[in-house]
Design a protein around this ligand. Structure first.
Ligand SMILES: Nc1ncnc2c1ncn2[C@@H]1O[C@H](COP(=O)(O)OP(=O)(O)OP(=O)(O)O)[C@@H](O)[C@H]1O
Length: 687
């Protein structure tokens, strides 16, 4: 056990003592004095300060040097208190510092000017309030629930839940947490037996199922810590106020709520800061009403407050929740074709970004990569600083992502996700249900982090890793009855915390105004897309990116993008909107000559009534259709999308398929990783 000191047990002993006493007249006075005794130190100290200040007044009176000394002493004492209390909780630290600051200021005032109506009033009013505030803390420190649980969690409890023979070695009782070190009988039981008994332990102690957790000792099959958190400290709803670290780096923690013991709930998208690994992708999941939307807002607001990150976001829900933040996003699209285009661009920028990072000596993205490259150790030119523009971290965010994942196809997603982790990119995917019909096992495995809100119990296995569920995590117990309750599994957080519930902050109407201000801040002070990413995106999807609508006015990056002609970076695209008819087309296969049978399809048997286009006119019409798609920012298409238009001049599906092949040969279309879908090569890329 890490903290042998048992403050709750001590407060319990004091509590028992205060209740003891007799009921005779003398006895009652003695009992009152006895009960009041634990609360007297703060009052005695207040009185002592009064006496000491009166004594100090005599020599101090009228001395300027003494006045300066006292004032400096008061400041120094407050500073020392703040420093000395750094190991305690934030509330205790603030309370101590405020008490010392108020007390020493008052002492200085009396020492210099003596007793008058002001110093007297401040003494009895201020002194009483401060003394009482410490008494209140004393009362609150005792938590009968924890004490009761500790009393119950003895050998009888273990027998009741069929763990007879197990021993409790140490028991630590904190205000709202009991930690019992369990040692199981050698050769008879394993940690798995305790895991299986967690529900029974919760039932025996009459606490919530999620209040009991077991953290097995990784070095032993029969030892571990049984943690019981009797009172739900998360039941209080806390409103979101503002991001925690505006102007900081995306490498600083994103703080999105708190755990049940009050510590901050946080994650690092660029990866574990201690281990220095590659970035992580995040799955946010939870059923409707579980608070997933507010949870996502917590994460996104934290991201947008950082100086070195840009966000591409797809939201098929038409920015219902994210509306106020939209101007702060580098690129924002709704669902359907624009999302498909964004995914294509996201895949296309990966190799360009990885190449740039490698050329500048970064094995992984760091905040330094986002700054101008003035360090010769991070230069693309031998022996001297290159001065290249920095590359901000890129977050690709896909709301209601089940369709997006289907568009991309499993292999395309897992491959891209893997590569993106070393390209200074993180993908955030939000899903209502992480079930097998929504997300495949391998796609799930490529998302190392998860923020799981209340779920359907049968989806728990896909949401959280087995050991976290074994340790007592149970999001299925919440459903949508505990909005904002969540489990966070992510690199950088102590694994023992994975099974501890947390709660995000709630967004209310008032938050919209702050979000607008945050977006405005991001437009002015946040990162702008770097030329490498912008050019790779423009090469892949052209105007869909360069003419994207955002709240940003800086078009520098887009200007740079328009001269980019290297198409290698944009070789792959993705989608899943493939007709059954096209599914067996292999877009990557060698495009041989058009089959003989197809040659005859051309323009034969056109329906009567269709415009009488010559082959040349029909081809020109086809080119115009593709140009129209490009003009509208739809950069990934398939024969199905074109059919409706081609039918108007009497062309059928085989003719359209033939035209697709011609355009691939001409370089106007490029195959994507998905059968039957093609990326329009931006007209400018061939300039
Ligand atoms: N941390 C929280 N504390 C308390 N209430 C919350 C919290 N987060 C969200 N809520 C409330 O829960 C309700 C549902 O939240 P939210 O809309 O975020 O859920 P959701 O999972 O996104 O649902 P849907 O998918 O239907 O949009 C809202 O009334 C919201 O105010």
């Amino acid at each position: 056990m890490s903290k042998p000191k048992d403050t709750a047990a001590e407060s319990e002993r004091q509590h028992r003592e205060t209740l003891e006493g007799s009921s005779t007249g003398k006895g009652i006075a003695a009992w009152v004095a006895h009960r009041a005794k634990p609360y007297t130190p703060s009052w005695i100290l207040t009185g002592a300060a009064g006496v000491a200040a009166s004594a100090a007044w005599v020599p101090a009176h009228g001395s300027a040097g003494y006045g300066v000394g006292l004032t400096l002493g008061s400041v120094a004492l407050t500073g020392a208190t703040w420093w000395a209390a750094k190991a305690t909780g934030p509330q205790r630290r603030l309370h101590s510092a405020v008490t010392v600051a108020a007390g020493s200021s008052w002492f200085t005032a009396v020492a210099l000017s003596g007793w008058n109506s002001f110093t007297f009033g401040a003494f009895w009013l201020g002194g009483s309030v401060l003394a009482l505030s410490w008494n209140v803390r004393q009362v609150m420190r005792r938590n009968p629930d924890a004490v009761q649980v500790a009393a119950d969690a003895d050998g009888t409890l273990l027998e009741k839940v069929k763990l007879a023979g197990a021993k409790i070695r140490n028991m630590e009782v904190e205000p709202n947490r009991v930690t019992a070190e369990l040692v199981l009988p050698a050769g008879e039981m394993t940690n798995d037996d305790v895991t299986r008994s967690l529900g029974n332990i919760a039932s025996a102690l009459d606490v919530a199922p999620t209040a009991v957790r077991y953290l097995p000792d990784p070095d032993s099959a029969r030892r571990g810590d049984l943690v019981i958190v009797p009172r739900d400290m998360l039941s209080e709803v806390v409103e979101w106020e503002m991001p925690t670290h505006v102007g900081g780096s995306i490498a600083d923690p994103l703080v999105i709520g708190r755990y049940d013991d009050g510590t901050p709930l946080m994650l690092w998208l660029p990866g574990d800061p201690k281990a220095g690994r590659n970035s992580t992708h995040l799955l946010i999941c939870g059923i409707s009403g579980s608070g997933k939307g507010d949870g996502a807002l917590n994460v996104l607001c934290e991201i947008l407050g950082r100086r070195d990150v840009i966000v591409w976001l797809s939201d098929p829900k038409s920015f219902q929740d994210f509306g106020p933040l939209r101007p702060g996003l580098d690129w924002a699209v709704e669902g359907g074709a624009p999302t498909e285009t964004m995914v294509t661009a996201l895949q296309a920028v990966i190799p360009a970004r990885t190449r740039w990072l490698g050329a500048h000596g970064y094995r992984q993205w760091t905040p330094q990569a986002a700054e101008p490259q003035t360090d010769p150790a991070h230069s693309c030119q031998k022996g001297r600083a290159c001065g290249c523009e920095g590359m901000p971290f890129l977050v690709g965010w896909f709301e209601e992502a089940a369709n997006t994942l289907r568009f991309m196809g499993e292999d395309a997603f897992t491959g891209a996700a893997q590569e993106a982790r070393s390209a200074g990119m993180a993908v955030v995917i939000s899903l209502q249900r992480p079930s097998h019909d929504q997300i495949s096992t391998s796609t799930r495995a490529s998302l190392p982090s998860v923020l799981a809100f209340g779920l359907d119990a049968k989806d728990e296995g896909m949401a959280l890793p087995g050991p976290v569920l074994d340790a007592g995590a149970h999001p299925g117990a919440w459903g949508n009855r505990r909005p904002g309750y969540c489990y966070l599994v992510t690199p950088g957080v102590d694994e023992q915390r994975y099974s501890a519930p947390g709660r995000t902050w709630r967004f209310t109407g008032r938050a919209a105004r702050v979000m607008e201000q945050l977006a405005a801040w991001a437009v002015r002070n946040g990162a702008k897309v770097d030329p490498v990413t912008a050019k790779a995106a423009a090469a892949a999807v052209g105007k869909a990116y360069t003419e994207r609508s955002t709240g940003q006015t800086d078009t520098e990056a887009e200007d740079g993008a328009s001269v980019y002609v290297n198409d290698d970076d944009a070789e792959t695209g993705a989608d899943g909107r493939v007709d059954a008819e096209d599914a067996d087309l292999d877009p990557n296969a060698e495009l041989g000559a058009v089959p003989a049978a197809m040659a005859n399809w051309t323009f034969a048997g056109e329906p009567a009534g269709g415009p009488d286009f010559t082959p040349e006119e029909a081809r020109a019409a086809m080119d115009a259709i593709v140009a129209e798609f490009e003009h509208n920012g739809v950069m990934v298409i398939g024969p199905k999308d074109v059919m409706e238009h081609a039918a108007r001049f009497g062309r059928k599906r085989p003719w359209v398929s033939g035209e697709f092949r011609r355009m691939v040969e001409d370089g106007r279309l490029a195959a994507t990783s998905k059968a039957g879908r093609y990326r329009i090569v931006p007209a400018m890329a061939g300039v």
